[in-house]
Design a protein around this ligand. Sequence first.
Ligand SMILES: CC(C)(COP(=O)(O)OP(=O)(O)OC[C@H]1O[C@@H](n2cnc3c(N)ncnc32)[C@H](O[C@H]2O[C@H](COP(=O)(O)OP(=O)(O)OP(=O)(O)O)[C@@H](O)[C@H]2O)[C@@H]1O)[C@@H](O)C(=O)NCCC(=O)NCCS
Ligand SMILES: Nc1ncnc2[nH]cnc12
Length: 301
Amino acid sequence: MNSANAAHRLELNKLPWVVRCSQLANSAMLNEVNLTPKPGLVDMRNNGAHKDMDLTDFYRSAEAIRIWIPYFIEYGMSTHLQPSSDILYGLRPLGMACEASMYKATSGVNTHKGTIFSLGLLATAMGRLVSNQKAVTQQNLCHEVAAMSHGMVMRELEQNNQALTAGQRLYQQHGLSGARGEAESGFQSVLTTSLPVYQSLIAQGIDPQRALLQALLSLMAVNGDTNVASRGGPEGLRWLQQTAQQFLAEGGVMQTDYITKLKEFDRQCIERNLSPGGSADLLIVTWFLAQFPESHSKNIN
Ligand SMILES: CC(C)(COP(=O)(O)OP(=O)(O)OC[C@H]1O[C@@H](n2cnc3c(N)ncnc32)[C@H](O[C@H]2O[C@H](COP(=O)(O)OP(=O)(O)OP(=O)(O)O)[C@@H](O)[C@H]2O)[C@@H]1O)[C@@H](O)C(=O)NCCC(=O)NCCS
Ligand SMILES: Nc1ncnc2[nH]cnc12
């Protein structure tokens, strides 16, 4: 990075809305991992179905990723005149560099690979919206992410015959488009399921932790989570979705014994070695988007 670039980036880091976006991304990751009890996932009670990572790894990973958010924003700003479909190619190296920082912070453990992908796209989208004088709203952020990700599933999954990663293998075997499919849809699972659930419960005065747990279970009930499928196959994914659906049908977090039921769900996920890491990533996206106006024109910057 040349000195002019570095100086520019230092200036960018002082913009209040850039600082706020980085802080919100960090808070989203911390709120997710601290939420307890989550079935199969790392939380403050246990490491879920993970033998290779714990709470501290997620704290270190969240801090490593926070530092990269201004760079994603700056990339979105510096390319705002380019068509959305041209952005991903130049964004990939930034995402890979951020992944490298994550792996360095966690001594090689994959804590937030999917989160880097989602938050990287959202931060880039924010940079583009601000530079194009568009309102930073939930709808505009997700629309911009969908535009930048357009054709990704076809290019990287449908037309790809090398199953290099879990995501690519699971698409070929079971048609699961994973994080790519979510991004290309503009995070539809979040916009149509978890975000309305979360915002509605908050508006009713429900405790934010309880509202976030309901949002997580609503994601687990519908999400084609490649993490679950890579560990337990389509049968494991179906079991997890059906168990989440049953919890919700019985009243979800409005049940007096919802904590006991979630702890039992957690025990069963651990027993089956199932971890809904993809739904955890979408919960991070849910909390992050909830900090922005839905669709009216109020700006944050
Ligand atoms: C484009 C990439 C996402 C490609 O990655 P991949 O080909 O692997 O694609 P996916 O498997 O589809 O997704 C990768 C991670 O995304 C999360 N995820 C899975 N399903 C969904 C979903 N439906 N919606 C959203 N997100 C989803 C998931 O990440 C989480 O789980 C991981 C932890 O669980 P674990 O089981 O431990 O994972 P492993 O260690 O791999 O397994 P074990 O060995 O332990 O059994 C953790 O990553 C969570 O975040 C999926 O793992 C993207 O990664 C990519 O190409 N990156 C390069 C940079 C880039 O392009 N960036 C662009 C914007 S910055
Ligand atoms: N709390 C968590 N546990 C396991 N994988 C995750 N990916 C994102 N958050 C996670």
